[in-house]
Design a protein around this ligand. Structure first.
Ligand code: PLP
Length: 392
């Protein structure tokens, strides 16, 4: 058989659990949002790119015109990966490394006068201007400046801008109910944001971009028309509004069988013996568990796919392992089992897992642990490998 270096690399890592990151799907989703937003796309890559690892290059290639993250550390990592587009960090403690951010040309969002002053002081120390986005709370009482403090924040920002330590380059808000497009709260928040923008202009600020909508608001249109759309979940095939049909799942999680056994009817499985086999059956052991991000609440509900068939996971999930009931089939050691994939061949998806665990897809994808190897792929190679395994 013809063996390329890529084949060898595949085989070397196929004996451990793998999180395959389908870069081609991320690019396709990104390109779709770039088209939908006419190129005004800030790719949100917080939480290690929603658990997908280093993908800044891919999303920029596919049409993202800026990157958004939570912390300055995340922003610096994106810069270090060679991103030459604007990078925004929107959640930082008062003593964060604002000087480092300014020197790396990282934009900082601020939601209060104290934080703004800290950013300004840090900028003075560097001899450069800080690029600042003012963050208005439009409804969820989480981050962002409360409405009663907004005008004062704008005034303080205008004065510091006149002083030369900062430049206000953006005004942002974030919606609370955009996944329910019919909710009247969306209208309230859109109006509050428009008001906040008007206030900023009246206080002398100009030449900034405005951004309100994330994935759901962009898909459903409830965010109105603004300069930039901050898209996270959608790049990873997740639509919080449940209305989009054209997003591609971006992850596959597989694990090798590390032990098998046949058990008699009446045998209990796992901690507490919660699951008792009602017939003679075969079990296969997989070396990953809730310590790797499989939600324990999906115990006794979740399924996997092996040899083209869905099979149930049985018993309580352990920290480091789960057990598959393979019925009449006895699997081979090292055989690959798919926990979730793109759903093209009947395998479970991240959406299925979110349902089994009573949570949202975001939580499934961001919790896959560091013990699981990330493998970045563009189409077909995983399918080729699976076809190859099946015929072995
Ligand atoms: C996470 C986040 C986003 C991205 O939201 P998605 O629904 O994942 O697109 C946008 N803005 C802020 C402030 C966020 O925290």
């Amino acid at each position: 058989m013809h063996t390329s270096p890529a084949d060898a690399a595949t085989r070397a890592t196929a004996s451990v659990p793998q999180l395959v990151v389908h870069d081609d799907a991320i690019r396709a989703n990104t390109a779709a949002f770039a088209a939908r937003t006419h190129g005004r796309l800030m790719a949100v890559l917080k939480a290690d790119g929603f658990g997908h690892g280093a993908i800044a290059r891919s999303v920029i290639d596919a049409g993202a015109s800026s990157i958004g993250v939570t912390t300055i550390d995340e922003a610096l990592a994106v810069r270090a990966a060679g991103a030459a587009v604007p990078v925004l960090s929107w959640l930082n403690p008062i003593d964060a490394d604002f000087a480092g951010a300014v020197l790396a040309d990282v934009d900082i969002a601020v939601s209060g006068v104290e934080l703004l002053s800290a950013v300004s002081r840090a900028a003075v120390g560097t001899g450069r201007r800080a690029r600042v986005h003012l963050h208005a709370d439009v409804g969820m009482a989480r981050d962002g400046a409360p409405p009663e403090t907004w005008a004062a924040l704008c005034t303080a920002a205008f004065e510091l801008q006149q002083h030369g330590s900062i430049r206000v380059v953006g005004v942002m808000g974030h919606m609370s109910c955009a996944d329910r497009p019919a909710d009247p709260q969306n209208d309230r928040e859109r109006l509050l944001f428009d008001n906040a923008v008007r206030t900023a202009r009246r206080r002398g600020l100009a030449g900034f971009v405005t951004h309100l909508a994330a994935t759901a608001a962009t898909i459903t249109g409830v965010g109105g028309t603004h300069d930039v759309h901050r898209i996270g979940a959608g790049l990873f095939g997740i639509d919080p509004s449940g209305t989009s049909t054209d997003l591609e799942p971006t992850l596959s999680l597989t694990a090798p069988v590390i032990a098998t056994r046949e058990i008699a009817a009446g045998t209990g499985i796992g901690y507490g013996l919660d699951h008792v086999a009602d017939r003679r059956t075969n079990l296969a052991l997989l070396p990953l568990g809730y310590g790797d991000g499989l939600p324990r609440s999906a115990s006794e509900r979740a399924e996997v796919q092996v040899r083209g068939r869905r099979r149930p996971l049985v018993g309580r999930f352990s920290m480091d392992m789960v057990v598959v009931d393979t019925g009449d089939e006895r699997l081979g050691l090292g055989e690959t089992v798919t926990l979730f994939g793109r759903g093209h061949d009947g395998e479970p998806t991240v959406t299925d897992w979110a349902g089994w665990a009573d949570t949202i897809e975001h939580e499934i994808v961001t919790r896959i642990g560091t013990r699981v190897a990330r493998v970045h792929r563009s189409t077909t190679s995983i399918d080729d490998q699976e076809a190859c395994d099946a015929h072995r």
